[in-house]
Design a protein around this ligand. Structure first.
Ligand SMILES: [Ca+2]
Ligand SMILES: [Ca+2]
Ligand SMILES: [Zn+2]
Length: 449
């Protein structure tokens, strides 16, 4: 297999505690100031792995399989993992598995490293799509994809256990792991209700966030000295990064000062269609000057999306707070190619031709929404003509979490002419938070004369 592997990259270094705090006595007193959360400035392939003894074997400490409604997560534990941490990563897998769809299990290596001063996640097996991969219309040639996404798109196991590839963790070769999440030792809140105490970090939403990076919320853009580059090549996520003036990041010459300036411009957006539908415009990203390795560009702007799942600790301290899975995050993942578990369809409508009558189209989800769903729709003529037989509509409908349907109404325009039945079409063109099922349905206007 001529798969080109990404060197091990730190996607997210989420929490950082000061050395003094780590060295100090554990939970000395309630009056002890808690360390502030910020992203650690570290380099790819940096120290997080080196916490583990070099040459360690593929021996693991247990395994959990979580069958979500749309995708199964398999967690393998490297060190002995605290039972309460196992519970939260399983819950995180359940939550992702309820909204994403994959025919292949998503394999996560979990490390519990209490003496690690931060928490991070890697998509370990990130490969460049090449002619050696299965052909698929959704795959963009020459672009880096995380393995779990390739598996979900193609329905095949791209990197089965034992694949002799370099540059990945030995334990991942052994188990064919897709992503790795390491949990450091802050003062975790292990409850599942999103209500951490004032000095605590919400473990389950941190686990969800880290898995989000491993699923593809990940840039290969970096700044070294005065130069910006994509190392080794743009990820599928990078393809959607655009500056406020419309310049696409991947169109800028690599190893250039311009690319470095753009990466640090505080003016970068994710402009995939589903993400834009969810947010209402291109999604502002965290693009600070100076660039922060492992953090810049791979998070959304906290100012624009407070509480969103992919906000980073560097922008807004997470202690005492939680983040929730939102439509913007799912829109971005859908733009990367992730199939959504839920499916939205439109049903036909019928109305009499009379004053005040409306064609009421039901937009129905296969399952109640776990995360809010947005959909763009538009009317089209069939035998009926907009402006004469009905009023044209176009817009965005929303189905909030917990609901499974909404209605789009199309006003009927009566006239004094006796006519046969007339029809128009309501078409769904784009969605966020659900895959589109039946995308068009007929509206029938019945002349009662
Ligand atoms: Ca008519
Ligand atoms: Ca008529
Ligand atoms: Zn992150």
């Amino acid at each position: 297999m001529s798969l080109r592997l990404k060197t091990i990259g730190v996607l997210c270094a989420l929490l950082s505690l000061s050395a003094a705090a780590l060295a100090g006595p554990p939970s000395a007193s309630a009056a002890t100031p808690k360390p502030e959360a910020h992203d650690i400035d570290m380099h790819r392939g940096g120290p997080s792995w080196d916490v583990r003894a070099p040459g360690a074997s593929a021996r693991t400490h247990g395994h959990s399989v979580v069958r979500g409604a749309g995708a199964t997560f398999e967690f393998t534990y490297v060190e002995p993992v605290r039972p309460e941490l196992k519970r939260v990563v399983e819950e995180a897998g359940r939550r992702w598995g309820a909204v994403l769809r994959s025919a292949r299990p998503i394999v996560v290596l979990v490390r519990d490293v209490p003496d690690l001063s931060f928490t991070d996640a890697y998509a370990v097996n990130v490969i460049r799509n090449s002619s050696s991969l299965p052909e698929h219309p959704s795959l963009i040639p020459g672009v880096m994809y995380p393995m779990a996404l390739l598996n979900a798109i193609t329905g095949q196991d791209i990197s089965p256990a034992g694949t002799p590839i370099t540059n990945i963790r030995p334990e991942c070769v052994a188990i064919g792991c897709d992503l790795v999440a390491s949990f450091g030792g802050p003062d975790w809140y292990f409850g599942l209700d999103g209500k951490p105490g004032a000095g605590q970090y919400d473990a389950v939403s941190v686990a969800e966030h880290e898995i989000g990076h491993g699923l593809g919320f990940d840039t290969d853009a970096l700044v070294t000295g005065a130069l910006g580059s994509f190392s080794p090549a743009p990820t599928v996520y990078d393809r959607f990064l655009v500056a406020g003036d419309g310049v696409r990041l991947t169109s800028i010459a690599p190893d250039s000062t311009e690319l470095a300036a753009r990466i640090q411009s505080n003016d970068l957006f994710f402009d995939g269609p589903s993400a834009q539908l969810a947010f209402g415009s291109p999604v502002p990203l965290f693009a600070p000057d100076p660039y922060v390795d492992g953090t810049s560009l791979s998070h959304v702007s906290a100012a624009s999306l407070p509480g969103s799942m992919m906000v980073s600790a560097a922008q807004s301290p997470l202690v005492g707070k939680t983040r929730t899975l939102d439509t913007v995050t799912l829109g971005i993942l859908a733009d990367l190619g992730w199939p959504m578990r839920n499916r939205l369809s439109v049903e036909g409508a019928k109305a009499p031709e009379r004053d005040g009558a409306q064609l009421r189209f039901t937009l129905r989800l296969a399952q109640p929404a776990v995360v809010g769903v947005k959909v763009r729709y538009a009317s089209e003529d069939a035998s009926a003509t907009a402006g004469r037989d009905y009023t044209a509509v176009t817009g965005v409908a929303e189905i909030p979490a917990g609901r499974s349907s909404t209605v789009v109404s199309v006003p009927v325009l009566p006239d004094r002419i006796k006519e046969p039945r007339e029809t128009m079409v309501l078409r769904l063109t784009l969605s966020a938070g659900a895959t589109l099922g039946t995308t068009q349905a007929r509206g029938t206007i019945v002349d009662e004369r």
